[in-house]
Write a protein that binds this ligand. Structure first.
Ligand code: HQG
Length: 187
């Protein structure tokens, strides 16, 4: 995706996940925003957004972060919110193992508290280790934690999967985590 589109996409992510108020937008309870209001708000903020560009961003975004409503009149982020939205996801059975990428420097705290959502609504997990390494690298020297999702599910924890395939859960207590040897991650 062009640099300009990436920049606009970052702005849309800020608005739809974290701060709709920066362009005077209000999301509904499920996180949807009217497309025309998103575009007019972006233009007021000097972000050169058009309907065509928005369609291109939604279609080409590397993580498929955004979804249009069926009628195409509304848009929302599929996951990643810090503001509270009801995505309307049903609990689903996870694969036996899921992965969470984090930074080495958080390990001591994670050993004490398990994984918590911090600024976001959910803890984010992936089905593959490669994705987890990338996610962890955003924060520093990456390390991948294995989540014993089968045991968690048996113990009554609810797992959700976003429209773009990210696994979401409220928290992961430390007894369900395996901390893998970091040498494997660096290979
Ligand atoms: C860590 C990106 C200390 C957690 C990615 C993570 C993802 C703790 C950081 C999505 C902790 C939160 C989410 C504890 C968790 N003590 N640190 N007890 N529990 N942490 O960015 O998972 O590009 O909110 O390990 O690809 O890194 O934005 O979460 O390192 O899917 O679409 O606290 O964001 O997607 O960081 O990333 P984040 P995340 P986008």
């Amino acid at each position: 995706m062009d640099a300009i589109l990436v920049k606009i996409s970052r702005f849309i992510s800020l608005v739809l996940r974290h701060k709709p108020q920066v362009i005077g937008l209000t999301l509904d309870a499920s996180g949807w925003a009217p497309v025309d209001e998103l575009i007019s708000g972006a233009l007021r903020a000097k972000v050169p957004l058009t309907l065509d560009l928005l369609r291109q961003i939604v279609a080409e975004d590397d993580k498929q972060r955004y979804t249009f409503s069926e009628d195409g009149l509304r848009i929302r982020a599929s996951q990643g919110h810090s503001i509270s939205v009801a995505l309307g996801l049903e609990p689903v059975t996870p694969p036996d193992r899921l992965y969470h990428g984090t930074a080495q420097r958080f390990l001591n705290s994670i050993r004490q508290q398990g994984l918590i959502a911090k600024g976001r609504q959910y803890v984010h997990l992936s089905v593959d280790e490669a994705t987890a390494v990338k996610v962890g690298r955003r924060h520093g020297e990456p390390i991948v934690l294995v989540v014993k999702a089968d045991r968690m599910q048996r113990d009554g924890f609810k797992f959700y999967r976003s429209a773009n395939g990210v696994w979401l859960i409220d928290r992961v207590p430390v007894e369900y985590l395996e901390i893998k040897d970091n040498a494997e991650v660096r290979r």
